[in-house]
Design a protein. Structure first.
Length: 552
């Protein structure tokens, strides 16, 4: 790997920029930004085949076939849906690459272990093959290499990987944190009974096989449960949507049709308008039977920021997905976020020269809100005006860069969870991971503890669930209405002589806050230089999940 020399140029004094310059940023010359990633290459390995092979039969395209179409005639084929999703692009994600490279820079002696770890869930097909083969899928291979393992690694959570995950230990601890099992039997598990095996066997030597486990949430849990081991040997839970879902009313799978799995919301069996899809599931051979319970591989979450970044820098990302497709997915992500919660002003009154407004949030997702990667945050933006339209009170406003404004003290003090918010404070729902010094960190290998976790609980949450030790909220003590599925926040502020007021409350969402981009800027690695260069050009204002207004 081509190295670079870190040049110490001395701390610059007297910066006149308004943004504070961290000492780290000034001390080191940055390496040149990471070059564009290689374009896709069709490869077949002992275990896997690139998605381009599957596309021959599982992409509808424009060839006139009606297979994998919905009632409106739109292309809902697996390839079309998946290829512009964050799961398909997981190995080309510049934020991921920036943190990955920083971990290596900080722990050069453990480079190989870090490379195995960080590729396991983001580039799984390349990662597990290289456990036995050379060259290993290093950071350099993944971002610049031409080996088969690198090429299939860059295919992200590729079709032939996910569909070969076996029904082994699913839902158990040993399957979490990348503990999936894939073998050499070349069986492609799917949800439909009696698939016609011949075309796949002839063309790509895989056998499609019906298996129920592909529809279980525990399949997703293999990567969507990220449990780290801290330096003191302690468990630190970085991501746990599956454990959160287990402790919710959506987890009723055993009862049959009740409950909703991860797939139920993230791979919907209906169109956006609610109509079920019934169609042939491959375009070759022609004339296959139409199957019901067909699902769309949308795999959409809340990370519309990254999808928009990838659309703006598609040449660098190199995935050959049209910008319009990425933007369409960013739009789907916004629609998806609009299903995440409802917001209501349940009480609002003026008493003498003070007003109080109670805002209630209901979580409609199958896990905490927000869930997933710890940079995700949701916050309440509450604005109160008098009848002339003058601003009387605001909490949770933001500037053009998406930074929260109007905080009275340091972020951490003014954004601690509270049942009552007043001037200078903001209610931010988030999980904050800190290092041994108590400083928030993005680096998994540096995490010591969870300093805050007031993310809104899903419906059906129980304080006595068997996984509660891993997913218990942190810092919400004393807030009795922070409960299963909901939280209510009281805003208290001076009325400045007004007797009639109007309140607007909105719940906002941001996947990669400016502070996370600032922190990455201090990494000073090739990948971080590239990521920050791109990220600072993308609109990072939050997305509104839900809003409401009330006169009082
Ligand atoms: C056990 C599986 C797993 C492993 C191992 C893993 N990740 Fe991830 N990572 C995920 C999942 C799942 C997400 C997406 C969650 C979401 O979108 O909320 C993610 C998201 C991320 C993101 C946020 C990306 C974005 O666009 O916002 C970064 C950064 C990241 N991972 C870095 C790393 C690094 C660095 C390593 C190695 C230290 C690593 N990951 C190892 C599963 C994993
Ligand atoms: C995250 C894992 C995952 C990935 C990646 C994935 N699939 Fe699927 N696929 C599933 C699941 C789960 C189902 C069943 C969904 C259900 O019935 O709820 C499914 C269903 C299918 C079906 C049956 C048709 C249907 O929707 O009912 C086909 C064919 C298929 N996938 C092909 C593909 C191809 C081709 C790719 C690559 C573009 C791909 N899958 C990527 C998990 C995945
Ligand atoms: C030559 C055409 C062809 C290619 C290439 C192909 N498939 Fe298939 N696939 C089919 C056919 C045909 C079926 C069965 C359709 C049926 O019986 O309704 C099928 C079924 C499936 C199923 C559903 C199995 C079930 O029981 O639900 C999955 C999953 C699947 N394929 C995944 C893949 C993946 C992943 C790839 C790429 C590695 C791929 N296929 C490549 C033609 C193909
Ligand atoms: C092999 C590991 C793996 C498996 C299995 C897996 N995922 Fe993921 N998933 C990831 C990674 C890695 C990311 C994040 C990529 C990134 O942000 O860089 C991700 C991201 C996501 C996102 C966030 C997308 C966004 O736009 O914000 C959703 C939703 C998701 N996965 C759902 C699922 C579901 C549902 C399943 C099961 C059917 C599943 N995943 C199985 C690794 C996996
Ligand atoms: C009732 C519907 C529902 C169910 C069930 C559900 N989710 Fe979600 N999920 C959502 C919504 C809505 C969002 C967007 C809001 C958010 O980020 O929390 C989301 C977001 C996500 C994200 C993305 C967070 C990000 O960083 O962008 C991941 C990852 C995810 N879900 C994984 C899962 C997994 C894994 C399961 C099953 C264990 C699951 N979800 C079950 C509705 C659901």
């Amino acid at each position: 790997m081509k190295g670079w020399v870190v040049v110490v140029v001395g701390v610059l004094g007297g910066s006149c920029s308004s943004a504070p310059v961290s000492p780290d940023a000034a001390v080191f010359d940055a390496p040149p930004p990471l070059p564009a990633l290689p374009e896709p290459k069709a490869v077949e390995t002992e275990q896997f085949a690139s998605s381009t092979y599957c596309a021959q039969c599982h992409l509808r395209g424009d060839g006139g076939s009606t297979a994998m179409s919905d009632a409106a005639g739109d292309d809902v084929s697996p390839i079309k849906m998946w290829r512009g999703s964050m799961m398909a692009l997981a190995a080309r994600d510049p934020f991921y690459l920036a943190v990955f490279e920083k971990e290596i820079a900080e722990n050069p002696a453990e480079q190989e272990e870090i490379e195995a770890l960080c590729t396991r869930c983001h580039a799984p097909a390349g990662s597990i093959a290289s456990e036995r083969e050379e060259p290993k899928i290093s950071f350099h291979e993944l971002t610049a290499g031409t080996s088969d393992n690198a090429a299939i690694g860059r295919d992200g959570i590729t079709c032939s990987f996910c569909h070969q995950i076996r029904d082994r230990n699913l839902g158990l601890d040993s399957s979490f944190s990348g503990g999936f099992s894939v073998d050499f039997a070349r069986k492609m598990y799917g949800p439909h009974a009696n698939p016609d095996p011949d075309p796949m066997e002839m063309f790509i030597r895989y056998t499609p096989v019906y298996s129920e486990h592909i529809q279980s949430s525990a399949l997703c849990a293999t990567c969507h449960t990220v449990i780290l081991t801290g330096l003191r040997g302690q468990e630190v839970v970085e991501q746990a949507p599956y454990l959160e879902w287990q402790n919710s009313s959506f987890n009723l799978e055993e009862d049959g049709s009740l409950g909703t799995s991860c797939q139920g919301c993230h791979m919907p069996r209906t169109n956006a308008d609610g109509t079920p899809i019934e169609t042939a599931i491959a375009k070759y051979p022609e004339g296959l039977i139409r199957r019901g319970r067909y699902s769309r591989h949308t795999l959409i979450g809340g990370n519309n920021f990254m999808l928009r970044l990838m659309a703006a820098y598609s040449d660098w990302v190199g995935s050959n997905i049209a910008d319009e497709e990425l933007l369409a997915n960013a739009g789907r992500s916004e629609e998806h976020l609009r299903k995440a919660a409802s917001v209501e002003v349940v009480e609002a009154s003026v008493q003498a020269d003070e007003a109080t407004v109670d805002v209630r949030i209901d979580n409609l997702t199958g896990h905490k809100l927000p869930t997933g990667y710890p940079t995700r945050r949701a916050w309440l933006h509450v604005t109160v005006r008098n009848l002339a339209g003058d601003l009387v009170f605001e909490s949770g406003g933001y500037d053009a860069d998406g930074r929260i404004t109007g905080l009275a003290q340091s972020d951490l003090a003014a954004t601690a969870h509270s049942n009552e918010i007043t001037t200078g404070q903001v209610q931010i729902y988030e999980q904050v991971l800190v290092d041994a010094e108590g400083t928030p960190t993005l680096r998994a290998l540096d995490v010591d503890a969870v300093a805050k976790d007031n993310r809104i609980l899903p419906k059906g949450w129980s304080e006595t669930h068997e996984q509660i030790g891993r997913i218990r909220p942190v810092g919400v003590e004393g807030d009795s209405d922070f409960a299963a599925g909901t939280d209510t926040v009281r805003y208290r502020f001076p009325t400045a002589g007004n007797t009639q007021l109007e309140v607007e409350a909105e719940l906002l969402y941001q996947s990669v806050p400016p502070a996370a981009i600032d922190a990455t800027a201090n990494f000073r690695t090739a990948a971080s230089e590239r990521f920050v260069e791109m990220a600072t050009q993308v609109d990072n204002r939050p997305i509104a999940i839900a809003e409401t207004t009330r006169l009082f």
